[in-house]
Design a protein around this ligand. Structure first.
Ligand SMILES: Cc1cc2nc3c(=O)[nH]c(=O)nc-3n(C[C@H](O)[C@H](O)[C@H](O)COP(=O)(O)OP(=O)(O)OC[C@H]3O[C@@H](n4cnc5c(N)ncnc54)[C@H](O)[C@@H]3O)c2cc1C
Length: 578
């Protein structure tokens, strides 16, 4: 993929310079996925001098490729992972409270086509964790799992209990569902609507925590850890190509599925990881959207994998696969995976036709799982652990595993271990602490309308406030202040984005590339709205805000086209699948 380096803007220079001008900290975190950023926030809140580097953009690895579920992981009960399920449920209940702008309750329905199958296999799997195709999970097994799940769900939350419906009531509720459905089981989990923005909010909170001690919490995207020697970790600025050495007492390798590769680059090879790839497609399909009745449809496909059909706004998310991955090439959704998704839709909704031109976006990532010999990918532990070693005068901690759901707990445990190494004490807990624009976020639809009505005027009308509130939570007020402080214009005539907002994202959110804007600062790519004339108008506005020449603008557009085509299989000119 051609990646040319456009000129550094002052905002870019400032953050790389913040690392270069004082190339040391007590802790260096490598990796800006949710676990890296969560740990950064936790340590910054304890007053620790901490730096973070991410070689691409924040949330561009597995954290930007998840199924968007914040869930206890009911299916991990089958693996006997009770500790993880309990922790996940506590974290889910906590995230619903502390990040209400992005984490919402999710009604989940399991369609069930048999009564007893699977029940004998389940205890066997508790003991062996071996591969093999499970029998279809029957109603009795699902009922048992949901009852255990309910008992965990009371921990720090008020999520309603599960409910079973018989065949007739199920068919009435889901008229397009396969007509041999015998039961449906419905329970509550949570979904994260905008994982990329939640990651940025967590990062922002970390940076803000150190506001009274400038320079003690620093983070930069597009900086890679490329080596380690007696003087520290060698870092490379991916925009200028310049390298420098950074020294830290504790180095935390939080590079997810790339953990072994990073350790190899740091001259200390490991064999901890055995990541599995998973892909998703996003469909613009009103009939399928309606057939879900606003619920996540979560079920077992013919191969025993648990898969999902999931309404997200006016789109439908379908996933996912679980395939061993050797990390030699970038994960991308393949034609076989698309066929698999179409089959799974047919498995539950046989009368609904789906075609490739209804796909508006695809994404794929690799789960940071431990190496797992002959255990089937779906049954590999989703729990996490920390591996420590001494190297070149630093303690290096490698993190193996870690789901989105448990990021706060993982960050807390990891920060505790780090504090102990540093001889420092925890001063504040992140449990129950609001994240970014979540504090004061209106709790009801009526509350949202009132919040918007109280602010809308000629300069920022209600449609624009609705976009800002959904995108930033109550931090929308801060963004709006920026919009009002200069001449502003909508980009491509759409309420989705304006020139001043772009300026805000460049100055305050480290947006470097067009794909940062389309994929991770907004949800335009996910919703299939990044293409055609809008893309050209955005490129013009972005180039102007960055002060780029025509050549730099052209190179940047080419980069975005390549990212969308090669990683997401979307042609930015037509919006169609490539
Ligand atoms: C298909 C799929 C579905 C999933 N669904 C769910 C779900 O519904 N719910 C849930 O809770 N979890 C889910 N997960 C798991 C979850 O997304 C991940 O476990 C979690 O996001 C991992 O975060 P991380 O920060 O550890 O790793 P990552 O997000 O992968 O971050 C690692 C970062 O390190 C960076 N990096 C790599 N090498 C270097 C280097 N040398 N220098 C600097 N930076 C480097 C990478 O660019 C990357 O951004 C899913 C995962 C996948 C793949």
């Amino acid at each position: 993929m051609p990646v040319q380096a456009p000129a550094h803007t002052p905002a870019t220079r400032a953050r790389v310079e913040s690392l270069r001008s004082r190339p040391e900290a007590r802790v260096l975190i490598i990796g800006g996925g949710i676990n890296g950023v969560g740990t950064f926030r936790d340590l910054a809140l304890q007053g620790i001098d901490v730096a973070l580097v991410e070689r691409e953009d924040y949330c561009s690895g597995a954290s930007g490729a998840s199924s968007h579920m914040i869930h206890g992981g009911i299916r991990y009960l089958e693996n006997g992972e009770f500790r993880l399920v309990k922790e996940s449920v506590i974290e889910r209940n906590n995230l619903l409270k502390i990040a209400p702008h992005y984490v919402k309750p999710l009604q989940t329905t399991i369609p069930i086509f048999s009564t007893f199958s699977g029940i004998l296999n389940a205890p066997l799997r508790f003991l062996t964790h071996r591969s093999g195709k499970p029998e279809e999970r029957g109603a009795a097994l699902i009922k048992m799992g949901l009852s255990i799940y309910d008992s965990f769900s009371r921990l720090g939350g008020t999520v309603p209990k599960h409910e079973f419906l018989g065949a007739e009531a199920s068919r009435e509720l889901f008229p397009k569902m396969r007509d041999d459905v015998r039961y449906t089981a419905t329970y509550f989990d949570a979904s994260v609507h905008n994982p990329e923005r939640l990651t940025l909010d967590v990062l922002h909170d970390g940076l803000k925590a150190a506001a009274d001690k400038p320079g003690t919490a620093r983070a930069s995207n597009y900086v890679t850890a490329v080596g380690m020697g007696p003087d520290g970790v060698r870092l490379r600025d991916e925009i200028t190509g310049e390298e420098f050495t950074f020294r830290a007492d504790v180095v935390i390798n939080l590079t997810g599925a790339w953990t072994d590769q990073t350790n190899e680059a740091l001259s200390s090879p490991t064999r901890y990881m055995g990541g599995t790839k998973g892909s998703h497609i996003v469909l613009d399909h009103p009939e399928l959207l309606e057939a879900t009745q606003g619920r996540e449809i979560f079920f077992e496909h013919t191969d025993g994998r648990i898969v999902l059909i999931y309404p997200m706004g006016d789109r439908v998310l379908v996933g996912t696969t679980d395939l061993d991955d050797d990390m030699t090439s970038r994960a991308v959704c393949t034609d076989e995976e698309i066929d698999y998704f179409f089959e799974l839709i047919k498995h539950v909704y046989p009368s609904i036709a789906v075609t490739r031109d209804q796909i508006v976006y695809t994404f794929s990532g690799v789960r940071p799982l431990p190496s797992h010999d002959d255990t089937a990918p779906g049954f590999v532990s989703r729990d996490y652990r920390f591996e420590k070693r001494e190297q070149n005068g630093s303690t290096v901690i490698s993190v193996v595993g870690g789901k989105w759901t448990t990021f706060r707990a993982l960050s807390e445990h990891l920060a505790n271990d780090t504090l102990e190494i540093l001889g420092a004490k925890r001063t504040v807990s992140t449990l129950g602490m609001y994240i970014g624009g979540g504090e004061g976020f209106p709790e009801t639809e009526a509350g949202v309308r009132a919040w918007i009505a109280a602010r809308a005027d000629e300069t920022i009308p209600a449609e624009r406030w609705a976009v800002l509130l959904e995108r930033y939570g109550v931090r929308a007020d801060i963004v709006a202040e920026h919009l009002r402080s200069g001449a502003d214009a909508l980009i491509g005539g759409s309420h989705e984005l304006s020139t001043r907002e772009l300026d805000f994202l460049i100055r305050h959110e480290q947006a470097e590339h067009l794909d940062d804007i389309l994929i991770r600062r907004t949800s335009l790519a996910f919703r299939g709205l990044a293409t055609g004339e809008f893309f050209a108008a955005l490129a013009d506005a972005f180039a102007e805000a960055k002060g780029w020449s025509r050549e730099e603008r052209a190179a940047e557009m080419e980069r975005a086209r390549a990212v969308f085509a090669e990683r997401h299989r979307v042609d930015l000119a037509t919006g169609l699948l490539v």
